[in-house]
Design a protein around this ligand. Structure first.
Ligand code: PLP
Length: 394
């Protein structure tokens, strides 16, 4: 059976070229970058060159890139490390209700340590109002954390405007952006956007799992969360994952080298899928059946790769497995939530009616998908949805 992988916001297939590069680093250029001999120098060169590649993409300094083990660690280091370093200036932080657990749980930890966190609401499209962020910033606000792209509905937050407003109100407030879903899909220039800290994960951009980085403006001071040998200026001890670093940089370079072509292709697939949903909805409504609902914005102001689809009367989990039977992989709401039994924060925050929380799947695309993938998935939905609805009271 042909495999149609539409869960690219959960993780992506590693580019074969990236995997091959990593294999070479692991088996041939395997030195420890801290070693003083040739093998170490060779490994250190790989780390430096990779750092340079990533810094060039963001238009920042090489020294502002810190390698981490994942997006989650990047978020933790930015938020907890930033708060600990700034605690003498204040103990107030701001975030939104729709952040990834990597951010929300870091905030919860800080609350348990006596910090105060303001959670801002979002509108029906999952967008934060920049004026509301500005209003919430106080003299003792040390850090604001707002995601670039929401992982469940693909809302793209106005981070540049938010950055401007934060700095205008309190130049000392740090601005952290979780760009795990946005990096590779948008051009992000932290220095121009007023972003001090930016979290990225490699496995969402066809790189390896267990690898990420944090951009940290040179003006920002963080307290390290990991203690050890003092690598990366003491901010992130631990022998660098040289193969992971090389793989992440190569994957990012491949995506950004043909950025316009890549994003146009993915958006084209998303638009083709949305057109299929529209046609299917016409058929459903003509039969007096409830149409599907696409959550959030769908135009060029939305993420090119994420579609949140509510199928009233059909449980997401059941639909997910029915699609799986046809070789089609999607996720229910958000894959990161499959460990968490409680309903999606994002779907609640955008005001989706309660009965629909459990009826929502997420389709997330990559440049490796094809028009045929979209056509076959649409055909599968046309077949499966009416069938499953026959067994559901709604
Ligand atoms: N932030 C967002 C928005 C995400 O979507 C994810 C993963 O899905 C993460 C953070 C965590 O990244 P990682 O899996 O690399 O820890």
């Amino acid at each position: 059976m042909r495999e149609i992988y539409l869960d690219n916001s959960a993780t992506t297939q590693c580019f074969p070229e990236v995997a091959e590069r990593m294999r070479r680093v692991l088996t041939e250029e395997y030195g420890n970058p801290s070693s003083m001999h040739h093998k170490g120098v060779e490994a250190e060169k790989i780390v430096s060159a990779s750092r340079h590649t990533l810094a060039q993409i963001l238009k920042v300094k090489d020294s502002e890139i810190i390698f981490t083990s994942c997006g989650t660690e990047s978020d933790n280091l930015a938020i907890i490390g930033g708060a600990l370093a700034s605690c003498r200036r204040g103990k107030h932080l701001i975030t939104t209700r729709i952040e990834h657990p990597a951010v929300l749980e870091s905030m919860k930890y800080l609350e348990s340590q006596g910090y105060e966190v303001t959670y801002l609401p979002v509108d029906k499209d999952g967008l934060v109002e920049p004026a509301a962020v500005e209003e919430a910033v106080r003299g003792d606000t040390i850090l604001v954390s707002i995601m670039h792209t929401n992982n469940e509905i693909g809302a793209v937050e106005p981070v540049a405007e938010i950055g401007r407003r934060i700095k205008a109100k309190n130049p000392n407030t740090l601005f952290h952006v979780d760009a795990v879903q946005g990096f590779g899909k948008a051009r992000i220039y932290p220095a121009k956007m007023g972003i001090d800290l930016l979290a990225v994960s490699a496995h969402k951009i066809h790189g390896p799992k267990g690898m990420g980085f944090l951009y940290k403006s040179q003006k920002v001071r963080l307290v390290n969360l990991i203690y050890g040998g003092g690598q990366q200026n003491g901010l992130r001890s631990g022998t660098e994952n040289v193969a992971g670093i090389a793989g992440m940089a190569m994957a990012a370079d491949m995506l950004y080298r043909d950025f316009d072509g890549e994003t146009a292709k993915i958006r084209g697939l998303k638009n083709a899928f949305l057109e299929e949903v529209e046609r299917f909805n016409e058929e459903l409504t003509s039969k007096g059946e409830e149409p599907l609902i696409v959550n959030g914005r769908t135009g060029d102001d939305s993420a090119p790769h994420i579609i949140s689809l509510t199928v009233p009367g059909v449980r997401a989990e059941v639909l997910l497995h029915a699609l799986e039977d046809k070789g089609i992989y999607v996720s229910s709401g958000s894959a990161c939530s499959s460990n968490r039994p409680h309903p999606s924060q994002t779907l609640q925050a955008i005001g989706l009616p309660r009965p629909y929380w459990d009826n929502t799947i997420r389709i997330s695309l990559s440049g490796l998908n094809t028009k045929e993938d979209i056509a076959e998935t649409a055909a599968a939905l046309r077949e499966i949805v009416p069938f499953l609805r026959r067994y559901t009271r709604h």
